[in-house]
Design a protein around this ligand. Structure first.
Ligand code: SF4
Ligand code: SF4
Length: 377
């Protein structure tokens, strides 16, 4: 087997199956990442969604027997919708981040990686392979950085010169000793735009992310959001794009290479009020194909309630009052109480005064009291 030729063939093949960039790196341990993860753990910056065993995240030989190289792939995703829908008074809309537009990218990337695997299996029948996307043990970003896909920006994204940071990443560990590619030079330089723009101060100098302050993570949690984060959420109902949209490397980047990734505006920028009353079935029908639905409807509904407060949407008072008085979930009742307080007015005040007499849950009572105080202020 001529490995150099196989690499060239694989690169050519990857272009025919909708892989926008491909790179190769060694299967040695990711020592720089290990140090970063240990530091992150010490500082309590993890989200809790990541693989808890740091060694598995940095050592490919714990994932495949005698690995020799890792293939990293990138697919560019769109950043603009072809059809516009507008958020207007009485018909306010929330927004899913761009990485959640279209079909769940885990499936799209898995499809491309399966094709790469099949191609290699045909050429090298005894090849050993292990592929992963996002939820696997390895860090997609660390692999992509070392494979020369892009550099790791201060916004903690991989930035490619061709597509900016609007790329999905995945990888395959192999036992074929492919020649490796060179990592790219860091081009952030003295720019700090992403750090300055982050609404919650989640980006720490030196490329660290305090995930517990990051809105992208917070929108996926299920409990009460701390008030300091509620006021920064804006109309984001899933994820946050701010540190990418401000990045000069992303200026003008908008690629529509993959039909699966095309956003449906009514789904990714949905009206907020109808979200409040969705049944599980309706939620699944409308949002189930998005990666942003993976935590179920509760976080999306909670975020929609917060977004209505952000807009001070008085037309939502009736809907929020229904939630406050009859939703079985304390997080939803309590957040609705806070939102009513933010929106204010006589209707909101009456609803809160009525609810305080009926409410049994201590946390919700605190939120109702807070709501009444907000109105008084
Ligand atoms: Fe900050 Fe949003 Fe970027 Fe998170 S995703 S680091 S909250 S700008
Ligand atoms: Fe780097 Fe500036 Fe982009 Fe941040 S905004 S990732 S510092 S180029």
């Amino acid at each position: 087997m001529n490995i150099a030729e196989l690499k060239e063939d694989l690169i050519s093949y990857s272009k025919t199956i909708g892989i926008d960039k491909i790179g190769f790196t060694t299967a040695s341990t990711f020592d720089g990442l290990r140090n970063r993860l240990v530091k992150q753990q010490e500082l309590n910056y993890q989200s809790g969604f990541e693989e808890p065993d740091i060694e598995k995240r940095v050592n490919p030989s714990l994932l495949l027997d005698r690995p020799q190289s890792i293939i990293s792939i990138a697919l560019a995703y769109p950043t603009k919708m072809s059809k516009r829908v507008t958020s207007k008074k009485g018909e306010r809309r929330g927004i899913f981040c761009r990485a959640s537009w279209g079909e769940d990218y885990h499936y799209v990337l898995k499809d491309r990686l399966n094709k790469l695997e099949a191609y290699l299996q045909e050429k090298v029948p005894d090849v050993q392979l292990k592929s992963m996307v996002d939820t696997g043990e390895l860090s997609d970003r660390a692999v992509a950085e070392r494979a020369g896909i892009g550099w790791s920006g201060k916004n903690c994204s991989i930035i490619t010169p061709e597509f900016g940071s609007y790329v999905y990443l995945g990888e395959t560990i192999t036992n074929i000793p492919f020649e490796t590619d060179e990592p790219m030079e860091d081009r952030c330089g003295s720019c700090n735009k992403c750090i300055d723009a982050c609404p919650t101060g989640a980006l720490v100098q030196g490329g660290q992310l305090d995930a517990k302050r990051c809105i992208a993570f917070l929108t996926q949690t299920k409990g009460f959001l701390a008030e300091e984060f509620r006021v920064e959420l804006g109309n984001r109902i899933y994820g946050c794009d701010t540190c990418q949209t401000v990045c000069p490397e992303n200026k003008g980047k908008d690629f529509h290479f993959h039909k699966e990734m095309e956003p449906e505006p009514e789904v990714v920028k949905p009206l907020l009020k109808p979200i409040l009353h969705l049944s599980n079935r309706e939620f699944k029908d409308k949002f189930g194909s998005l990666s942003g639905s993976w935590r179920g409807k509760k976080p999306i509904q909670r975020n929609a309630i917060i977004a209505l407060a952000h807009f001070k949407d008085e037309t939502a008072i009736e809907d929020l009052t229904i939630l406050l008085t009859s939703d079985p979930r304390p997080v939803i009742r309590g957040t609705a109480a806070w939102s009513l307080g933010k929106i204010g007015g006589d209707g909101a005040k009456t609803a809160l005064q009525h609810a305080i007499d009926m409410e049994q849950d201590e946390e919700v009572r605190v939120e109702i009291t807070k709501g009444l105080q907000l109105i008084e202020e």
